[in-house]
Ligand binder design. Sequence first.
Ligand SMILES: *Cc1c(COP(=O)(O)O)cnc(C)c1O
Length: 370
Amino acid sequence: MFVPLARPDLTDLEKQYVLEVLDSGQLSFGEKLGRFEDAFRQQLQIPHAVAMNSGTSALHVAVKALGLKSGDEVITTPYSFIASSNCLLFEGAVPVFVDIDPHTLNMDTRQIESVITPRTKAILAVHVFGQTCQMDELMRIARKHNLHVIEDACEALGAEWKGKQAGTFGDAGVFAFYANKQVTTGEGGILVTQRKDVANAAYGLRNQGRAPEDGWLEHTQVGYNYRMSDLQAAVGVAQMERLSELLRKREEKAERYKELLREYQVPVTLPQALEECKISWFVFVVILPENADQAGVIRFLHDKGIQSKPYFPAIHLQPCYRKQFFFEAGAFPVTERMAKRTIAIPFHTQLTEEEQRYVIGQLAVALQKG
Ligand SMILES: *Cc1c(COP(=O)(O)O)cnc(C)c1O
């Protein structure tokens, strides 16, 4: 049996919309792009949504649209996909990491105030694995110290904090649509915001710096080509129409994994969402016992045809960060300890019960051997 880590959920609806774009002859800035952005405005009840060609592009645009620049300090987490921190480096801003909470694996908001300096300009919050950060605390600190908030909600479409959706709290929220996300467009991202000025800046930056009143070959500022094509948007429109189905299926698979972990008495724990948080399942990450051999478990599963990955390695220990900021092991002990223990196992909407049983059964064997 081969069980892949992730797999997109695509139907005739996605195909139909893509064919409509091909037949229309308009492959960029067509009807589907507008519909995709509208779907986000509606889903999140937010006035502005600007689609782009990746989550990383949308994060970069958020950083630029908020005017963050060289030397500005931005407080963020070292336990994330590297793009949430790289987007700061693109503009010369400095990521100031705070360690994570060992239960939620999100930035420990209680540590934020201790690293604020006169150069601190923003907090970049990541809702890791579809669980929101402690948003009351985070927003209170941001207001008190007059800091911008960017939410990297790339893993959290549909997640909520006290009934309010992830991505709608800050000055800008970003979602991503790589093939393993809750909603995919192949590649893609979107910036959402309550702020008209941020939205206008984003429209310009994604489109070669053209201001709304500029002609096609007029450029008010230096921008990028971060546009999403209508072929991608077409897939996204179909996926957004199917959003509740996609999220429900993910939740069902997650619940079944939990049952199987109990049934097989596998000695792992799961990240724990705060009580006020409604999780949107993005990946299924298990926390191995303290001294388990993470690489050994991954290798064992691989030999059984089961894909898994260390999720996430600590950002500050990546070679490019060590080189630029001279980070050493031990700088963020909780992140490092959890990074050695967390692995993502196969997770997508189409997992069969047989596959899930096989994965958990083999995980149990792998851990008995260690
Ligand atoms: C997926 C993801 C992104 C964006 O990734 P892209 O591949 O550029 O779309 C950013 N941050 C986090 C936390 C992510 O999981």
